[in-house]
Design a protein around this ligand. Structure first.
Ligand code: MF3
Ligand code: CO
Length: 248
């Protein structure tokens, strides 16, 4: 069931989304060679708590941290630890926070120092793929229209679409209906309605989209070790389009 949020719920989701956005902005200057992913995680946790929110991922199905910190070939759910960022790395920070019972969810991939042109290309076109998907969000369109727009854009730029991971509804649960794959057919799937809240999140790769799960049972990376990028916003469907809750 896809829930339609009330105006009051949307207010709280907007607050949660703003806290997630502010956490990204707060962390950005720390993303430099030498910092550990664990340090980024503790900065994020303190920041989120200072805003009166709770880190949604911490304890979620046993996940042990506030952030998912996925470096280079890691696609999602990289667990923060002693790894130090190096010049030329890319790192995805996936940030989720819960404010007064409502969640915000946004992932963004960042460059550490100077990155090569391949990684720049991957990041630029994965971010663009997110906006291609968002452009389909309005009442009357279908989930498949979002999925198809992302897939077509990725294909055009020769990037791999990870099939096993997808976007989702957001509300008083971090993951709600509907599922939002990053590939699919136009005109299929649930119809979008005003008041639905969706996290749209293309995960694209420079090489093969095939994945492996590491022994920690969380970290998902590309089978061929090619770099991966991930851009995600939580949005609410409005009268004639969408409002981004996790950014500007
Ligand atoms: N934004 C991540 C997702 O949608 C949240 C992961 S929380 C975790 O999958 F606990 F599963 F890491
Ligand atoms: Co998400």
């Amino acid at each position: 069931m896809i829930s339609i949020k009330s105006d009051n719920e949307i207010k709280l989701l907007r607050e949660a989304g703003r806290i997630v956005y502010e956490t990204h902005q707060y962390l950005k200057p720390f993303i430099k060679e030498g910092i550990t992913t664990k340090k980024l995680d503790s900065l994020a946790e303190s920041f989120i708590r200072s805003k009166g929110a709770i880190p949604s991922c911490l304890g979620y199905e046993g996940y042990p941290a506030t952030l998912c910190t996925s470096v280079n070939e890691q696609i999602v759910h990289g667990i923060p630890g002693p790894r130090k960022l190096k010049n030329g790395d890319i790192i995805t920070l996936d940030i989720c926070a819960c404010y007064k019972g409502y969640h915000g969810d946004s992932a963004w991939t960042y460059a550490v120092g100077e990155i090569n042109d391949d990684k720049k290309y991957l990041m630029e076109h994965t971010e663009n793929a997110l906006y291609e998907g968002l452009a389909m969000v309005k009442p009357g369109n279908r989930i498949g229209d979002i999925s198809n727009a992302i897939e077509e854009y990725a294909k055009k730029y020769n990037l791999g679409v990870v099939k096993e991971l997808e976007g989702h509804g957001v509300g008083s649960n971090l993951h709600e209906d509907p599922e939002i794959p990053n590939y699919g057919k136009k005109g299929t799937g649930p119809v979008l309605k005003k008041g639905m809240v969706l996290a749209i999140e293309p995960m694209l790769t420079l090489g093969s989209p095939d994945i492996v799960i590491l022994d920690d049972n969380w970290t998902i990376e590309t089978e061929d070790y090619s770099p991966s990028a991930h851009f995600e916003h939580t949005v609410v469907v409005t009268d004639d389009g969408y409002e981004i809750l996790t950014g500007v």
